[in-house]
Design a binder for this molecule. Sequence first.
Ligand code: SF4
Ligand code: SF4
Length: 158
Amino acid sequence: MTEKNKNETERPRRSWGFLLYLPAVAKGLYNTLLHILKLKGHKTFTVQYPEKRPEVRPGFRGEHRLKIDELGREKCVACLMCQTVCPSNCIDIVAEEAPWEDRDKRPRIFQIDMLRCIYCGMCEEACPCDAIELTEKLYTVSTSRAEMIYDKEKLLSN
Ligand code: SF4
Ligand code: SF4
């Protein structure tokens, strides 16, 4: 028998290694069956958002808030640090002269384009006056882009 004929008549060696996975596969199928039949207590993670808001973990970075001081004035002094540091370039501030003696400026316009924000928290980190923070409020649902540009009043009431 030539070498070629010998190779053709040789049967490929069967590998039985796949049998090692069978217990895990069977266990997975068994668990799936229990869930389908609702025989196994399990936590449901799906929520009917936005009607129902899911709970968030402490420290979650959600919508922004502009803080007010003990006299009810916005803490922001329009220093533009947050606008400068924002990697998404989504903060727009226009300053005006403050009517109070303890600061020079305050924001006349303070807008955040929430559709561009990546919720990194750098604005909060950069603020020297502790005037802006990211709350644990989940993102608002809207039907237009304009609704997602938050102005000063919206940010103060958040
Ligand atoms: S969270 Fe980040 S991306 Fe959003 S406004 Fe602040 S700095 Fe900009
Ligand atoms: S929120 Fe803070 S960092 Fe941003 S302009 Fe106001 S004072 Fe400056």
